[in-house]
Design a binder for this molecule. Structure first.
Ligand SMILES: C=C(O[C@@H]1C=C(C(=O)O)C=C[C@H]1O)C(=O)O
Length: 387
């Protein structure tokens, strides 16, 4: 047979596939009407499982069985998405339990950060809230979360990821542990320096203190000085404070220039980071479900069934609704070895129809689901363009 003729035959088959697909979707619309009236859920796992088995059995080879399984998984997923849209149009999917506010009340807010004065979290809090806010610090990130739950602070400022060391895993876990919400974010340029006592020289150094993230972000520099011991502290600024208090010329800290000034230390070396564009993204967390009208980024967290294509199917809700994913993170679920909880950031506002539709789909199909917040991002432009 000639190629042109084979393709003509394929075109005929595709035409009938499209016709059948459209007929099938029209029936799914009827199913949606039925579900709206009866209050039934869109997803029916049992029916889908039986359907897949039925169509797999119709195929004539293992290769085709696999293909048919994949094809029908997608067809049913599209059918569900159509139904969610219809439910949204009919007002069955109502607004989300988040309150839109014109702006966050920043200027006189009570703001908590972890660490001591001079820490990068302190710089982030100042950058986001300005000088008029009432800032205070606590020992741990957990304490910061508790402060907003208790109402002693309106907002907490927590580091969530660094451009070279990656995600701050514990903060992701705290977002699940506490019923608090992300209402903003801010990017801080992290310019680490090596700090020592005023009379110390670089040749005196034997021990370097810093937060584990600080040590990680300067790993190449520290590799060049293998003779130095490193010691983790709970905060970069605290490591500077410790060098000052110990008064030992052999001790140095990796921290910010601001921390060096605050604790009267000398800069022994600059540009000690692996990456000069080193930046940390901080989230602003509150106990209320608020979002600003200008919010353009959504963070959610979900758990899926531990089965083939589970994550792929969840993320297809974003694809199908034209939503751009910004980040995917996973964290182990305590007590369930090798099972993971996923954190997804994507672009959008909770008022957008596409966003509501995607969230509805994920909500129905996930084992666990939470919207962590909707907030404004400039994607770090303020840092990269101004400095
Ligand atoms: C169409 C339905 O809704 C969903 C989609 C299905 C499909 O496309 O075959 C099957 C089950 C449901 O998850 C239905 O309930 O029959």
């Amino acid at each position: 047979m000639d190629l042109g003729e084979i393709r003509k035959e394929i075109d005929e088959i595709d035409k009938s596939l499209v016709e059948s697909f459209e007929k099938r979707l029209a029936l799914c619309r009827d199913v949606a009407e039925y579900k709206i009236k009866s209050g039934m859920q869109v997803l029916d796992r049992k029916r889908e499982g039986e359907k897949l088995e039925q169509v797999r059995n119709m195929a004539s080879s293992d290769f085709n069985r696999y293909g048919i399984n994949e094809l029908f998984t997608q067809i049913m997923s599209i059918s569900r998405k159509l139904q969610y849209q219809l439910l949204a149009d009919k007002g069955v999917i109502t607004g989300l339990p988040f309150e839109m506010v014109p702006n966050l009340q920043k200027s006189r807010a009570k703001v908590v950060y972890q660490g001591v004065e001079g820490a990068y979290s302190h710089a982030a809090a100042l950058q986001f809230f300005g000088e008029k806010a009432k800032l205070f610090n606590v020992k741990t990130w957990d304490d910061a979360m508790k402060a907003i739950c208790a109402g002693t602070a309106d907002f907490a400022v927590l580091p969530i990821e660094n451009s070279s060391a990656g995600s701050v895993a514990n903060v992701y876990d705290l977002l699940v542990k506490f019923d608090n919400y992300i209402v903003g974010e801010t990017y801080v340029k992290v310019d680490h320096v090596l700090l020592g006592l005023p009379d110390a020289e670089i040749s005196d150094i034997e021990m370097v203190y810093s937060h584990p993230q600080g040590l990680m972000q300067c790993s190449t520099y520290l590799e060049e000085h293998r003779e130095w011991n490193t010691y983790s502290t709970s905060n970069t600024a605290l490591s500077a404070k410790r060098v000052k208090e110990e008064g030992n010329k052999a001790h140095a800290a990796i921290a910010s220039e601001m921390a060096g000034e605050l604790y009267g230390l000398k800069i022994l070396d600059r540009n000690v980071m692996n990456n000069r564009g080193n930046t940390t993204r901080f989230i602003i967390v509150a106990s209320r479900k608020l979002y600003e009208a200008t919010a353009n980024k959504i963070s959610v967290c979900f758990e899926t069934k531990h089965e083939n294509a589970a994550l792929y199917n969840m993320l297809s809700h974003l694809t199908y609704n034209g939503l751009n994913m910004l980040k995917l993170e996973s964290r182990p679920i305590t007590g369930r070895p090798w099972e993971f909880r996923f954190f997804v950031d994507f672009e959008g506002n909770l008022g957008d129809a596409g966003v509501k539709n995607a969230l509805r789909g994920i909500l129905e199909e996930a084992n666990y689901f939470r919207i962590l917040g909707n907030y404004y991002t400039d994607k770090g432009k303020s840092v990269y363009e101004n400095k």
